[in-house]
Design a protein around this ligand. Structure first.
Ligand code: FES
Length: 131
């Protein structure tokens, strides 16, 4: 996966564009990310089949995914900020893990390894939480 980082002056965000190489004509989406240190990123990615949201962020070098996406480590804990995007419901395994977190937020917390990568996620706003 090719990764290009370009500082976007207008949006004061760091653009990570992983869409340059698209031989299979996959859909493209943008993911808005605020890291736990306040740095803002716009990640443009292809909608790869069978990947989840955590895997796309990890491939872009965000530090997460210690359990491989099994809902066991919470390294991918994020807040989903004010979105109209309908996400897959929280499973009992995800809920059990979230309940243990000091930074758990009833309305915003998700383990993003449990969210499949889909075109409908275009424009989602994610804040990475430091637990
Ligand atoms: S990667 Fe471990 S809980 Fe999501």
């Amino acid at each position: 996966m090719v990764k290009l980082k370009v500082f976007d002056v207008e949006k004061k965000a760091i653009l990570i564009d992983n869409t340059k190489d698209n031989p299979n004509n996959l859909d493209t989406i943008s993911i808005n990310i605020i890291d736990f240190d306040g740095e803002v990123y716009i990640l443009k990615t292809l909608v790869y089949p069978d990947l989840n949201l955590m895997e796309v962020l990890r491939n872009a070098e965000f530090h997460m995914g210690h359990c491989g996406g099994m809902a066991l480590c919470a390294s991918c804990h994020c807040y989903i900020e004010k979105d109209n995007i309908k996400l897959i419901d929280i499973s009992s395994e995800e809920e059990d893990m979230l309940d243990q977190l000091f930074t758990f937020n009833q309305t915003k917390s998700r383990l993003i390894c449990q969210i499949p990568l889909e075109k409908s996620l275009d424009g989602i706003n994610i804040r990475i939480v430091k637990d």
